[in-house]
Design a protein around this ligand. Structure first.
Ligand SMILES: [Zn+2]
Length: 288
């Protein structure tokens, strides 16, 4: 899942009423695990950072979203990948060879490069169809502009990134000297909201970014969400926002007790019941 999926589901959760995630505010903070490539750290350590501050909670929200899509809404550890991306990967898995062969035949991908695993490729395509559905169904133009600015600003000054790395002893899986620039570059090159994830997909699968290759990737993702339909896509988004609203209720081992005794009069975002109706989405397009 990419920027649109993470920001829209976190917004819909109602867990961050003080931040305008719907317009892309704090986008790069939410995307820190992708920006740094530190999901190993995230799945093992991120639950413990609840309440360590606004930025930390946003990073945690990203990991909750990834956990739902990969492992399922209820947290049961890292044993079984039974989230939606894996349940639905059969929609494309059989066309794995056709995907790589076509990209190579068009000269978008160097023939000597290794292919991702079938499972890795198929679940990623399904996962990114969430972002495509959002881009096709909602007006995310304001969010898009903010995300691009946020990516440019982050590439210029990684100060806050290093501060979080130090605060939470984060161990990135890729070199911090290049991964954030690689990540922000794809966002920065985007000219349409859905190019955020389409260019991200191209970078991930080592496919050249041309207008034709981007349109081709868009076609794949659209076909996935059109096959499952709006209702199922809405259910996926709802499960993402439900877990972000109440992760403890879904079995995530958030150490909220420490925060509950902490300073300040504001109750922790995950310590109390969530306002009903907060996740209702507005501004849906009627067609697209
Ligand atoms: Zn992620």
């Amino acid at each position: 899942m990419y920027v649109l999926g993470h920001l829209i589901s976190a917004h819909a959760s109602g867990a961050f009423p003080e931040i305008d995630l719907r317009r892309g505010e704090h986008a790069m903070t939410v995307m820190l695990p992708d920006l740094l490539s530190c999901h190993d750290w995230g799945y093992h350590k991120a639950w413990a950072i609840a309440g360590a501050g606004e930025r930390s909670d946003l990073v945690l929200a990203h990991m909750l979203g990834d956990a739902v899509v990969h492992y399922g809404a209820r947290w049961q550890g890292l044993e079984r990948k039974s989230g939606w991306a894996y349940l639905r990967m059969g929609l494309v898995a059989r066309r794995y060879d056709a995907f790589y062969e076509y990209a190579e035949s068009r000269g978008w991908r160097y023939g000597g490069l290794a292919w991702d695993s079938r499972r890795g490729w198929a679940h990623t395509m399904v996962e990114y169809s969430i972002d495509q559905w959002i881009a096709d169904r909602m007006d995310v133009s304001a969010l898009f502009e903010t995300v691009r600015t946020s990516a440019d600003d982050t590439a210029v000054d990684l100060g806050w990134v290093h501060a979080l790395i130090d605060q939470h002893v984060i161990t990135p899986q890729r070199p911090v000297e290049c991964q954030p620039y690689r990540y922000c570059g794809a966002l920065s090159r985007s000219r349409e909201p859905d190019e955020l994830h389409l260019r991200g997909l191209a970078v991930k699968f080592q496919i050249a970014e041309t207008p034709e290759s981007i349109a081709w990737l868009r076609g794949w993702l659209r076909e996935i969400w059109r096959t499952v339909g709006d209702e199922e896509m809405r259910d996926v988004l709802t499960s993402l926002s439900d877990v972000t609203a109440d992760p403890v209720g879904f079995g995530y081992p958030l150490e909220i007790a420490a925060y509950a005794q902490g300073p300040g009069p504001t109750p922790h975002r995950w310590a109390g019941p969530v306002v009903p109706g907060a996740r209702h989405l507005t501004e849906e397009k009627t067609h697209g």
